[in-house]
Structure formats: C-alpha cells, structure tokens
Design a protein around this ligand. Structure first.
Ligand code: ZN
Length: 412
C-alpha cells in the first residue's frame, strides 16, 4: 500500500508559518542562530510555495550516485582529515549506493574488501587505516561495509576469532566497553560491539555480562540517552543505546515512554528535520539517528501489545522530514548535507538517505506501508533500523555466520 504526495506539502500550508520560534523579545545566542536557520529554510519553502510546479520534489538519484561512485575510487584532499576513518567512508558510500539500488561493480567491491582486510589488526578488530590502532568505530564500519557487499570474499575478510578476542580486551568490569585499548568508554562502544558480534555470530554468554544494565544507567532524566551515566541526552548516543538493547533483548530496562517523548520533541516544528539535542539546530544526519529510533520504539511497544499504536505510520511526521531532506539537504551537484549553507559530505549523504528511507517505509510485523513525498522514483530501499544495512544484507550475513561455530576464546 502506498500513499503519494497528491495533497499540499506540509511546508506550504498556511499554519506552517506559525511554527517559527518565538523568543518573547528576548534574543539569546541560541535563538539568534535558530532564527538564521529558519530564515534560510523558510526562503526555500516560500519559493516552493510560490512556484510548486517548477519544483517537483525529486531525489536527484543520478547526481548522488555519481558523487558516491567517484568517492569510492578517489577522495579529494579535503578528506585527509578522515585518514583515520577510511572504513567509515567505505560504509557510508556502499550503504548509500545500496539504498539507491545502485549496483557496486564486482571489481570495486573486491578492492574495498582488500582494503578493509589491510585495516584489520593482528590482534583483531579494524583500524581507521592500514597499520593504525584497531578501534571499535571503524570495526563497526568495516563489518557493516563488508556485510553490505555481502560476497563470500567480503565475509571471509572478518577474522571472527580475533574479533572476539578484541571485544574481550575492551570489555570493562562494569559491563561497558572501551572504544580502543586504553581508550574512552561511551554508549557507542557498546553498540558497535553488540552490532558486530550479533552480525558475525560471536556472542558468548559472558561477552555482554552487565552491558545492558550499564546502558540503562545512561538514560538521562530528559528521556534520551547520554554518552555515559549522567550526561545530557543526545541523538547519536540514544540510537546506539537503544539499538544495543534491542540486540541484547533487554529494552525493558529503559523507560520507553519518556524516551519516546524525548525523541518526538526533537523533530523541528518549522524545519521538519531533527535536532540532535534540546535547543540545538536541525541537522540532516539526525534524520537517521533520531527518526531511526522510531521503528525500534514502535516495535518494542508493539511487542508489549500497546493498543494505541498506528498500523501505518511511525510516531513522527514522516512527510515533514522527507520535505526537509528533499528541499533543504540536497547539494545541486550531488550528495546531501546538514542544512542549507553547509557543504556535502559522505557522512551526511549516508545518514540523510538512511533517514529518508526510514521516513518512507513503515513496517510492523506483517504490515508494510509506504509514504513517499514527491515522485514515486524517490523511493529508496528500506534499511534495517538496528544495523542501518538493507534488510536482505542483514539476513545474508546472519545466515552465513550462523553456520559457523562460535569461536572459543580464553578470557583472563
Ligand atoms: Zn550532522
């Protein structure tokens, strides 16, 4: 079943203009910045309102694919600062292309596998580049990229035995994980560990002992989850915490209603996109980190038998988010971005597209429902809200690694 954008766009409706911030004539640094963004976004929405027929809402698939494909072959000098994040670039690009249903040529996929193999450390895990120190963030990115490629060659890159050793080396007595040996602890590491361990079938009874309880302690009084216990709620950490608890099947440790309330209020009333924290500006990447929480929350409440749940929509304005991404986040020369005035990059391209996919596809149990703003060709592939990999690639990896024994690793 599909709904299309026949009716007026949300951003062109009369009542939309009333959603601008009111600062009660007391400007602050925050309200001034917020008004600047509303002015930029508002002028785009006003142009659309006045010339709607000249602005078909089109996802520029060709331009985005071209930008992504070029990035996979050669990165410009401005990416030098991401030298320690090269597996991330691989993941952002291959996942974005997969969402766009663009095939990755076999030879390119194979050279990505060979490159990621060179990033794998001798004692397990993946580093940001060859000969660097293994770290959980690039490990997550590398495993996600390899599972998205989904070939035998890709799966064979992952050394599951040393990966499990690496995870044990990072595990702390309180249940949390270090990001790297001797490194910092935060909710990201718990999610990265749970994600790679569940995809590659190396979860042992001891590996996540105490982890769920530690994550639950990071739920802040606002309802969202902070980086460590007592820290302000933040979209990225909240996604990591909730997705990790879904993997560990311990979501009941969270106050789900207060989490839902927190994330619902992070969708901006005027812009339609999401902010990462209370009082911050809209940013395209939170289209995934925040909106991606909604399927996880919906399914949890559904499993609890909540009768008030919709059978067609997530608990946010899916059309408003799509309008923000399509109108405000597309770079005219391909790629997507944070907000008008910012430049494109592969990170924002990946998470804007992932968020757009979440906003297009509703699914709960057997029930599927699509809400597509603009032309039907805007439809992306769905994404798995726990891993942010397309669902058939998750299934492929799980099936592949399920046939293998869980490695036996000595723990000191
Ligand atoms: Zn961002």
């Amino acid at each position: 079943m599909a709904e299309s954008g026949e009716e007026a766009l949300w951003c062109t409706r009369e009542e939309h203009t009333a959603e601008r911030l009111k600062d009660d004539c007391t400007p602050t640094e925050t309200s001034v910045e917020q008004k600047k963004v509303e002015t930029a976004v508002g002028s785009i929405y006003a142009t659309v309102r006045d010339h709607l027929s000249d602005f078909p809402l089109v996802l520029q698939r060709e331009l985005h694919s071209h930008y992504l494909r070029k990035g996979l072959q050669h990165l410009s000098e401005s990416y030098e600062c991401l030298d320690a994040s090269r597996p991330w670039l691989c993941y952002w690009i291959v996942h974005s292309l997969t969402l766009l249903d663009e095939p990755i040529p076999e030879s390119v996929a194979s050279s990505v596998c060979q490159f990621l193999a060179r990033c794998q450390g001798p004692n397990g895990g993946f580093a940001g580049g060859p000969s660097q120190q293994p770290h959980l963030a690039p490990t997550y990115a590398a495993v996600n990229a390899l599972c998205t490629i989904g070939t035998e060659e890709a799966y064979n890159v992952i050394n599951r035995e040393t990966l499990l050793q690496f995870l044990y080396a990072l595990k702390q007595p309180d249940g949390s994980f270090n990001m790297h040996v001797g490194g910092e602890v935060d909710v990201r590491s718990a999610y990265c560990a749970a994600s790679v361990a569940s995809l590659t079938n190396i979860i042992t009874p001891k590996l996540f002992d105490g982890t769920a309880e530690w994550i639950a302690r990071c739920q802040f009084w606002e309802g969202g989850i902070g980086g460590v216990p007592g820290m302000e709620a933040h979209g990225g950490y909240t996604f990591c915490g909730l997705a990790a608890l879904v993997i560990l099947k311990r979501v009941h440790l969270l106050d789900m209603k207060s989490l839902l309330r927190w994330v619902a209020f992070r969708q901006m009333r005027f812009e339609g996109g999401f902010q990462g924290r209370c009082n911050k500006l809209v940013d395209g990447c939170y289209s995934f980190w925040q909106a991606g929480l909604m399927p996880l929350i919906h399914r949890t409440l559904h499993a609890e038998g909540d009768p008030a749940l919709s059978l067609t929509n997530w608990m946010f304005d899916q059309k408003a988010l799509q309008e923000y991404i399509l109108l405000c986040c597309q770079c005219p020369s391909g790629g997507l971005l944070d907000k008008p005035g910012k430049s494109r990059d592969f990170y924002h391209t990946c998470y804007c597209l992932s968020g757009l996919s979440i906003a297009q596809h509703f699914g709960s149990g057997e029930i599927l429902h699509e809400t597509i703003v603009g032309v039907p060709e805007n439809t992306l592939k769905p994404t798995h809200p726990v891993y942010n990999i397309v669902p058939d690639k998750v299934a492929g990896a799980v099936l592949h690694f399920m046939q293998k024994e869980i490695p036996e690793v000595k723990v000191e």
